[in-house]
Design a protein around this ligand. Structure first.
Ligand SMILES: Cc1ncc(COP(=O)(O)O)c(C=O)c1O
Length: 390
């Protein structure tokens, strides 16, 4: 039991400083820094959803609490959005607005898992999800997955592979597609395998849809709409990524009744409600922002291709990142961290692959939507020099 000055075991080691050593080095260096490690956008959001468009003269009690479940206008917009995107008519009662997907996934993890339970994280993964699991006192089980999608074989082989990570304490599988950091999109055979393992062991599936609008080829079906996943999926969305509203802190969750009852209860005690002005902004973008999304998608696709071509890696099918294997591309004997330092010395900050899983020390992540195109172009040229200077 922790007593002053000790803190809870589950919070020891959690920190906001995933990138701190590299950022400190960049600061010491001075000069212009290209922060490709930040997963955000340089674009302003759809005009009608900007902070200045949501005015207290237009909305009574704009700065008050909203209902815990969410603003009625946003709930309407969510139902229409999910129907359009996924062809699903959700039960309004089973939708919960959350303060962004980060808090939303924390609320989901708190609602579904008890301390000691295990969450399977297909790795590499979004860097925060491991800490989200740890802070619950639950165990994050890293399943190397996304770097071997093609070589894993058919659904039966994928199923057998996943099966080998399941224990009596496994509660859930976390699935994120389109994916941070690889940009990959799961194929039907992967979803079939996940469904079979989840069915066999009675697992929840936490489906992270924050990149649902960011696909660059054919629009993929929503993973949670797989006929054997839907009934056990708790689905988390956000307006941060495709909608350029990361600072708004608005997302939403839907799923089966038992989960949603717990989620609404936990949410009440965590943030109570998401920021009301930005719930109204989210409602606006979901109802009026289709044109903005379509042009943003086309623009991101171009940036994705430009970045991939500049670094000689495959073009990602979605998302906002490239995840690059530096093996064979570093200097002889150079560690992955020394490589990252060499990038910083050229002014370019990248994310270490270990932020996305313990097996990814040799990889680095970069976001191709954070900087305006001219800056991205310059940052890529500098990275190219680092890669060529062997
Ligand atoms: C896969 C994934 N899930 C969730 C989040 C969190 O999103 P939000 O800004 O809504 O908290 C991110 C943010 O980078 C992400 O990449």
């Amino acid at each position: 039991m922790p007593r002053f000055p000790e803190v809870a075991e589950s919070s020891v080691g959690l920190s906001d400083a995933v990138f701190s050593r590299l950022v400190a080095r960049a600061r010491e260096r001075g000069g212009k820094v290209y922060p490709l490690h930040v997963g955000d956008t340089y674009l302003d959001p759809y005009e009608g959803a900007r902070a200045e468009a949501i005015r207290s003269v237009d909305h009574q009690r704009l700065h008050n609490y909203s209902p815990v479940q969410g603003e009625p206008a946003l709930l309407d917009a969510i139902l229409a959005h999910v129907d359009r995107r996924s062809g699903a008519a959700l039960d309004r009662e089973l939708v919960q607005v959350v303060s962004g997907a980060t808090a939303g996934i924390a609320v989901v993890v708190d609602s579904l898992l008890s301390p000691g339970d295990e969450l399977l994280l297909l790795s590499p993964f979004w860097p925060l999800v491991r800490g989200t699991t740890q802070r619950r006192g639950a165990r994050a089980i890293e399943v190397p997955f996304w770097d071997r999608l093609e070589s894993m074989g058919d659904a039966a082989a994928v199923e057998a592979y996943l099966e080998s990570f399941v224990t009596p304490r496994t509660s859930a599988i976390y699935v994120n597609t389109p994916h941070n950091p690889t940009g990959h999109i799961l194929a039907a055979r992967h979803l079939d395998a996940i469904a079979s393992v989840a069915e066999r062991h009675g697992l929840w599936v936490i489906s992270d849809e924050v990149y649902e609008e960011l696909w660059f080829d054919e629009e993929p079906a929503s993973a949670w709409m797989h006929p054997r996943l839907r009934s056990r999926s708790v689905v988390v969305h956000s307006v941060s990524k495709a909608y350029g509203l990361a600072g708004a802190r608005v997302g939403f969750v839907h799923g089966p009744a038992t989960a949603m009852q717990a989620i609404r209860g936990v949410q009440t005690f965590v943030t109570y409600c998401a920021p009301r002005p930005f719930q109204l902004a989210a409602a606006k973008v979901l109802t009026e922002g289709r044109g903005w999304i379509a042009s943003t998608r086309a623009h991101y696709r171009e940036l994705a291709h430009r970045a991939a071509d500049a670094l000689d890696v495959p073009r990602p099918p979605g998302g906002t990142f490239l995840f690059v294997d530096t093996r064979g591309r570093r200097r002889d004997g150079e560690s992955a961290f020394a490589f990252l330092e060499r990038c910083v010395d050229r002014g370019v900050l990248l994310t270490p692959g270990t932020a996305s899983g313990k097996d990814f020390e040799d990889w680095v992540r970069l976001c191709f939507t954070t900087l305006p195109p001219d800056d991205l172009h310059e940052a890529l040229a500098r990275l190219r020099q680092v890669l060529d200077d062997r």
